[in-house]
Write a protein that binds this ligand. Structure first.
Ligand SMILES: Cc1ncc(COP(=O)(O)O)c(C=O)c1O
Length: 500
């Protein structure tokens, strides 16, 4: 019997009860556990080679070398690995991941980093420049997102996930203290980033996911129905990660405002694109602090802000809401302690590089970058729409998701990988997306993507028996009815990443 057979048979018997307890019970049955482990281990072994390509090619350290190695030799070895990994993202074969990537820009950011590599913003007295840079990053981002004159403030964080975690923590703590809600709830469309689930898990909140409309945008009526007396915050995305569509933020935030709850716009992807898209004449619906119901936002400087990896901004309407994010301790023998974000010590060099990226790019730079990205996004969307076997999901601007009723779209993704591309696999429904960055606006990249995509579809149709690499993983994940098993598979994958 296959894994699918064994799991589905047992699941069918227990159809009425697929809780965590049942899953744990199923896993405790040695027969089921063994079969699942075998199947999962087979998949992990298949993935191992691609995840650990340097085994046997470079020295491997499971413990410290006895004597320190020669600096130049180490640099040389690391430069070799970096060079091996560079061409794919540099040439624009990767979805998202590297948002600017021009050699000159990277070199500039690295020089700024080198100047500040010892800076820790936790010690504002030692490095007041760090506090200047961070305050200005927040102010510039707020001004760009309708915050001017509206008492909008925020903090610099390590990335989109941390911005979201912190905003959710702020709403939780406020709801607990001011409204005496024991388990505050987050109401979010099914498509909102999974960082909101992480926040719910970390901060013991309840996540209420609301199905989206057929156009993949949030369903306003269903969201309104999902709000309860325990709701602390409602969420919308501008745009969503999976399908690149902008939720109806104006209506969603108005529903939240009328019900007296917070509203968070996740503009991690769109924060540094949509304001300039509007300037360029694109029809961009309201999504930021211009809307009275929007009480917080996340916007990633390390994506379309063109900073080095490792910074984002979380913004709040009003300093009072921001304070719920802070951590302070007054009784610790280590002294009076405070930190604005999750980390203690932080890399001030990343904030310095972020500030530098913003001031060298400026309004004109962001607007021009946005023009190039949106034009390339439109070209890619048109091209995908012309492939009869594929259909574009929703109404995207620059993150183009496509599905198929005629071919296995994950096998198309695998074939694209064989041709050098690195795309994102989506699920519910099965789909794949390309997140367009400045890398794709280079000459001939969009044409090559579309030509390879046409070839990949034709290849999959001509080779129905082939399995692929990720297709079996997504296929298996889609078939296993008990999601805890899929979670275990992902944990095994993380274990693999930390194997030397
Ligand atoms: C819409 C959206 N929100 C949040 C995040 C999380 O950002 P990060 O990966 O920087 O933590 C992402 C990442 O792609 C995103 O697309």
């Amino acid at each position: 019997m296959t894994l699918r057979g064994s799991v589905e048979r047992l699941a069918a018997r227990l159809r009425s009860n697929t809780t965590g307890a049942v899953e744990r019970g199923l896993k405790a049955v040695p027969f089921v556990r063994e079969r699942i482990d075998r199947e999962e281990d087979k998949l992990i072994a298949q993935l191992e080679r691609s995840v650990k390509p340097y085994r046997g090619r470079t020295d491997t350290y499971a413990r410290l070398p006895h004597g320190g190695r020669d600096h130049e030799e180490v640099l040389h070895e690391m430069a070799e690995l970096a060079a091996l990994e560079e061409s794919r993202w540099r040439d624009g074969l990767v979805s998202g991941a590297v948002y600017h990537g021009d050699a000159e820009h990277i070199d500039f950011l690295n020089r700024v980093y080198a100047l500040h590599s010892q800076v820790n913003p936790l010690h504002a007295d030692l490095w007041p420049s760090a506090s200047k840079y961070e305050a200005e990053i927040v102010a510039m981002t707020a001004a760009m997102l309708g915050g001017e004159g509206r008492d909008v403030c925020g903090t610099v964080t390590s990335g989109g996930t941390e911005s979201i975690l912190l905003a959710m923590k702020a709403y939780r703590d406020r709801a607990r203290i001011e409204r005496r809600i024991r388990r505050p709830e987050i109401v979010a469309p099914a498509t909102a980033h999974v960082a909101f689930d992480k926040a719910a898990q970390c901060f013991a909140m309840r996540m209420v996911r609301v199905p989206v409309d057929p156009d993949f945008r949030a369903d306003v009526a269903a969201t309104a129905e999902a709000i309860t007396p325990n709701t602390a915050v409602v969420v919308g995305s501008a745009p969503t990660f999976p399908h690149g569509v902008i939720d109806p933020i104006e209506r969603l935030s108005e529903v939240a405002r009328r019900r007296g709850v917070g509203f968070h716009t996740d503009a991690c992807l769109g924060g540094f694109v949509l304001p300039w898209a509007r300037d360029l004449g694109y029809d961009v619906p309201g999504f930021d602090f211009h809307l009275p119901g929007v009480t917080s936002m996340s916007a990633d400087t390390h994506k379309y802000g063109y900073a080095s990896r490792g910074t984002s901004v979380v913004l709040y309407r009003g300093a009072e809401l921001r304070r719920w994010q802070y951590f302070t301790a007054t009784e610790w023998p280590g002294g009076l302690y405070f930190s604005p974000t999750l980390a203690g010590s932080r890399p001030g060099a990343l904030s310095a590089a972020c500030w530098a990226a913003m001031v060298v790019t400026g309004v004109e730079g962001y607007r021009e970058a946005t023009r190039r990205i949106l034009e390339t996004g439109a070209e890619i969307r048109r091209g995908v729409e012309q492939i009869p076997e594929l259909r574009v999901l929703g109404d995207p601007l620059w993150i183009v998701a496509f599905a198929s009723d005629r071919v296995d779209v994950y096998r198309v993704m695998d074939r694209m990988s064989a041709l050098g591309w690195n795309l994102n696999g989506l699920q519910k429904p099965p789909a794949v997306h390309l997140c367009v960055t400045l890398r794709h606006t280079q000459p001939d990249v969009a044409e090559r993507f579309l030509s390879d995509l046409r070839d990949a579809v034709a290849y999959v149709q001509a080779h129905p028996g082939e399995k692929g690499t990720m297709a079996p993983v997504y296929g298996l994940a889609a078939r296993i009815p008990l999601r805890g098993f899929v979670g275990d598979l992902l944990k095994k994958y993380i274990d693999l990443l930390y194997r030397v």
